[in-house]
Each structure stands twice: as C-alpha cells, then as structure tokens.
Ligand binder design. Structure first.
Ligand code: CTP
Length: 414
C-alpha cells in the first residue's frame, strides 16, 4: 500500500523514524513529507534512507510531476505524526503553503493525525476547536498519550507510541481494503509445515515457520480479498493482523490436500506457500514405538504424498479452478546448478502461473524475518504482466508478500 507520512515540527519527530521503519518493514511504499521546520529535529537524509524515496518539503520541487497533488491522490492513507498544534490549525483552515498541507488538502484517502504538543496547547480552546472540526470532517485525530513531555512537565500531549499508531494504520488499511485491488476476490493461502505422524507421539516435520504464508494472507486481506488461510504447523500464533481471514487448521499433507480441494472450489487464486512433506511414513503405529532389548533400530518406510499443487493445476485444465495458481520453491542450488535455473524447471514441471523462489540455506529464510525471493512468471501469463512486476525482492517477508500480491492482482485484473 502507498502511505504518506507527514512529519511536523515537534521533538517527537524522532519517534516517527521508528514508525517509518515499521511501515517499510511491512512492505508499504512510504513517502515521507516533513515540514521545513521539522527538519530541525530529523533531517532529510534520515527520511530518504528509511523510505528509500526522495523527500521534499516544498510545493516547488517536482513541479513537473505535480507532486503537491499527486502524492495525496495516489496515497492509500495519509498519516501525520507528530501533528503539532500549528499543523492542526493549518489543516483545519485548509491552508496549503507547503507540500504536507497541500497533500492533506488534495487527498481523498483516510487521514490519521497523531498529535504531540504541550498539555496547555492541547487543552487550549483553539486547538480543541480545531480537533473537533477536523474530526467532524472525517479526519481521524488520535488522542495524545498522557505522560512525560519534553521538559519537566507531564500530562496529555505525548505522541502515541509508534506501535499504537501503526496498529491504527493497519486497521484503517484493512477497512480501506474493502475497496482494494483484490476486492471481491477469494484468495486461498496455505502456510506452515505439515507433520506426518509416525506414532501417537512422533512425527516427521520440517522447519517452515509459516511467517511468509502469514504475511501473504495479511497482504491479500489488505488488498481487500476474502482470504482463507490453510495453516499447518507454525512457530508463532496467528496474530491480530490476520483478523478477517477464515482459518482452516491442518496437520498432514493429506489433510492439506483435502482442504485445498474444498477451499479452491470457488477461489480466484491459490498461493501454495506451505512446506508440504513429499513423503510420509507408510505405516502409522497405533501405539508408541518402543526400544527393543536386542538394540535393533526400527526402519521407517516412507511413501509419497500427493503433489497438491500439481493436482490443482491438472484439475483446473479439466474441470476448472483458480484463475491464478502460485507455487513456491525453496532451493539451495549446488556447485553446478543455479537456484534460478532449478526454479525455472520447477515452474514448468508444476504448470503453475507464478513461482516464487526462496533461496534457502543454513540461516536463510526459515524462521527469519527477512528473505530474498524471485517471482518467476510462466510464459502463458508473461504478456499480461508486460514486464511490470517486481522480479526480485530482498527485504522483509512482508515486502516479499506485497510484491507477490501485487503481481497476482495484476494477473487477476488483466
Ligand atoms: N507442494 C505441493 N505438494 C507436495 C510438495 C510440494 O503442493 N507434495 C508445493 C509446495 O507448497 C510449493 C511447491 O509445491 O508451492 C514446490 O515445493 P517443493 O517442495 O520445493 O518442490 P518439490 O516438488 O517437492 O520438488 P523438490 O523435490 O525439488 O524439492
């Protein structure tokens, strides 16, 4: 999603740096618009480094691209943190003498203002009246936190904590998602690992943490999709950011297969991020397998699990199925083969539309918050992407998820 972060001139501007980081780590495209005076607190270089985008304060930069109107028009959400008493007054009056106030005037996206000022200024009738008016116009003005202020004083006026502002942004974005790129679309995401039971206490499992799948489900929700998350074993519990998704829990590959068949019947897209065990123990021991006195080790015979992804692809060609099918490949490569080459072969073998390659190794990908992916498109869909999709993303799993969802939306929309 595209977020504009306005920063006005309060000492709490330093906290907005953390907020900016939380937003970019979630995969959002962030444009920071500081007021000229706020650069006394946090400089342009910091904002450019964190957002990875150019930062200007004046309506006279980027005139050719009509920046003072465009940023506001294109934003999915505008947040101002900290919003000073002066900024609130200007916003209420509809002033537009710099890039931030012009953006506030031009945007039709939800606006969230997070005030920070001394208690006296917050409680001054002028500010109170400005806040009332802004709220009456549909802008959301958060209540400032109560606590220690810049000097020795304390009271209401502190900037709400960045995590709290971020949580409110998430809620506003998922509400706005009702009109997002995937509005009215059904997306099924599989996530986590499967566990193949050996006896009542043991199983064969894998190191999938489920983080990438959860990030994909979250990104699809934010884009407005109806999401079903088919979840296997995961490191972390499902967080509040997945509220709104229907969750189906599975344990084994066979249960996953069954759930995918049922859930994809009416789905527009399937994203197979789950790490499916290719094999399961051929026999399940109803009682715990015990050590024997002769010191012998038991032999476990394995049998093949169905290839769920390949099955959905082949059923689609016979009786129909999701318009877009996305597979994942976790590859290490070796001295002679490049992971990208293996992934290309897998894309063809599996017959899916998109294949997301994760490079895996000792410390890469599994359980980590960062990742490196390549998004490969089948020849049959390349035309529809017109070379416009992100082919390589190195960043957080949320950033990777945002790129996959944006590519998928492009395919569903074309
Ligand atoms: N997959 C599946 N059913 C399986 C195994 C894998 O649907 N039994 C899916 C995964 O969810 C993933 C993709 O297929 O989207 C690729 O999985 P991967 O295990 O990397 O591929 P394999 O086909 O098992 O190939 P390899 O043996 O090369 O690892």
């Amino acid at each position: 999603m595209r977020i504009v972060l306005g920063v006005s001139a309060g000492i709490a501007a330093y906290k907005a740096v953390h907020l900016a980081r939380l937003l970019t780590e979630d995969g959002h495209q962030l444009d920071v618009i500081p007021t000229e005076a706020s650069l006394q607190f946090v400089g342009r270089a910091t904002w450019e480094a964190i957002s990875g985008r150019p930062v200007t304060t004046s309506v006279f930069s980027g005139v050719d691209e009509v920046r003072h109107v465009r940023l506001g028009q294109e934003a999915d959400l505008v947040v101002v943190a900290p919003a000073t008493a002066d900024l609130l007054a200007k916003a209420r009056a509809g002033m537009a003498d710099d890039l931030l106030t012009s953006t506030l005037l031009a945007t039709q996206a939800p606006v969230l203002l997070a005030p920070a000022m001394h208690t006296e200024m917050w409680q001054n009738p002028a500010t109170a009246e400005n806040v009332r008016q802004l709220r009456a116009r549909g802008l959301e003005v958060m209540d400032p936190a109560v606590g220690r202020l810049t000097g020795a004083d304390s009271g209401p006026g502190r900037l709400p904590e960045p995590e709290q502002i971020k949580a409110r942004i998430d809620q506003l974005l998922s509400a706005a998602g009702e009109t997002g790129e995937l509005t009215g679309r059904r997306v099924v995401v599989t996530a986590g690992g499967t566990r193949e039971p050996l006896d009542p206490v043991r199983y064969l499992g894998n190191r999938s943490s489920g983080k990438q799948g959860m990030a994909l489900a979250q990104a699809a929700l934010q884009a407005g999709a109806e999401v079903t998350l088919i979840a296997g074993s995961m490191d972390a519990p499902l967080g509040p950011e997945l509220q709104g998704a229907e969750v189906v829990r599975i344990e084994t590959a066979e249960q996953l297969h069954q759930a995918v068949r049922v859930e994809t019947e009416r789905a527009d897209a399937l994203i197979m991020a789950a790490a499916v065990a290719d094999f399961r123990p051929a026999d399940y021991a109803a009682a715990k397998i015990k050590k024997t006195d002769d010191g012998a080790s038991p032999t476990i015979t394995l049998t093949r699990n169905p290839d769920i992804l390949a099955d959905v692809v082949s059923r689609r060609s016979q009786t129909g199925g999701p318009a877009v099918i996305v597979g994942f490949a976790a590859e290490t490569g070796d001295e002679t083969t490049d992971p990208l080459q293996l992934a290309q072969q897998k894309l063809q073998r599996k017959g899916c539309d998109l294949l997301v390659l994760n490079r895996v190794g000792e410390n890469l990908v599994f359980g980590q918050d960062s990742t490196e992916i390549h998004i490969l498109a089948a020849d049959s869909v390349k035309d529809r992407l017109a070379g416009q999709h992100a082919e390589h993303v190195a960043g957080t799993k949320q950033q990777a998820a945002a790129a996959v969802i944006s590519t998928l939306s492009r395919l569903l929309g074309s």
